[in-house]
Design a binder for this molecule. Sequence first.
Ligand code: PHE
Length: 503
Amino acid sequence: MLGELRINDRKTLVALKELGGRASVEDIARKSGLAHSAVMRSALVLSSEEIVMIHERKHLAASLNSEGKGYAEMGLPERRIVRCLLKLGGEADIGRLAEEAKMDPEIVPIALGWLKSKGWAEIKGKRCILTLNCEPPKGVDEELLELINEKGKVVVDELSPELKRALEVIKKRKLVEVEETVHRELELTAKGWNLVNKGIKIVEEVTQLTPELIISGKWRSVKLTRFDVKASAPVVYPGKEHPLQQIIKRAREIFLEMGFTEIRGPIVETAFWNFDALFQPQDHPAREMADTFYMANPRIGRLPGRKIVDGVAMVHENGWITGSKGWGYRWSSEEAMKLVLRTHTTAETIKYLATHKRPPIKVFSVDRVYRNEQVTYKNIAEFHQIEGIVVDKKVTLRDLMGTLKTFYKKFGLEKIEFWPSYFPYTEPSAQAMVFHPKLNRWIELCGMGMFRPEVLAPMGIKCPVLAWGGGLERLAMIELGLNDIRLLYANNLGWLRRTPLCQ
Ligand code: PHE
């Protein structure tokens, strides 16, 4: 046991023994040269080892305030006046006295009041006349002031009745503060006595292993302080990136590792790129105000070149060269020019294809999208999508499934399945699902498929295009174990602090 005691514990024990086995923390601190707080820390260690007992008593303690301290050193104002009066022959003008005593004019009336009530002098008009023929003896109030000044603090209950009365007086004169304090005493237990009687060696300890100690080999002979690595320590909250931002970064890094290049596009897009180029009919319900945020000002934007616009128009109207029948309505360029807050980042991948036709292409984006949704625990109006396309001569849906499996696996999601699905712009279409063990159900990660000929023909793309897109917040919720998506945007400081950095 003794071997595990640190130097301060040893010093505390030695001081306690020298003080007879029971002593106040203050006395131990004085004797050992340790700080009060260091003795207290040792006291806790020693008491948990049952080497000492801690006795606690609450009591009132008086200490001087700055005015009291000044008087304790210079004398009370009435004492100073009396001394001057004696010097001036026992009688003097008040003004002269104040000057002689170098006293603040505000204090003079107070001093005179006390002179009178203590019976040391009389006031006649402007004159002050001593009633004694020598300096009056020290009063109890003065004795008390000196006592407190000397000790720093006195325990009220330990004062004699006379001093207690004096304390009331100087308290009224606002020269002291009386506060409740805890008085602690340490006492050696039988085990403690046993220990100290065997003798305690004070060996200086080294708390830090320095390069010098290692190089010189001195580490062999010094005593290294033992640390309790399980002791609780203050929690620190270092600055860090928002958990969602960390996940965005990770998604980016994973795509880059897999050989993809990042693309980005504007948040405000024409309906043309958001819907028309993706063969979504102009009367599609998703286009309605209920789902899409349309811009009020500016209301419309520019369409791309004729060739592309005409291709899209014809595909919608009659299928053009694709063999499809199209939607069979008159396509409106007005409708396509309307500006929207993009509802998905597929607007960016299709736009990219309009200017990049040569395979192989592997691009991705992680970006914001907007939908006019009721905000609930699982829906928000502004969120992120992870999006990507792979263009190559012979790619198939299998390649897409493999790519997504790899992507999500790198995110730590192993149990992925692909379920058939429908999107207006892909054929075949599917959705990637992951099993969430905590929620005990399958949740959708992304939509996916191969772009239809109706999408590819107007862009002049001849190879198969694998495409997918899905919510990033979903991924974040799984990763962070959340069941309310809103927490990601709530700036809840407690949650932000508690959420660890992800690897
Ligand atoms: N854009 C679809 C969505 O927002 C996802 C998707 C992208 C589906 C690409 C198929 C191909 O849900």
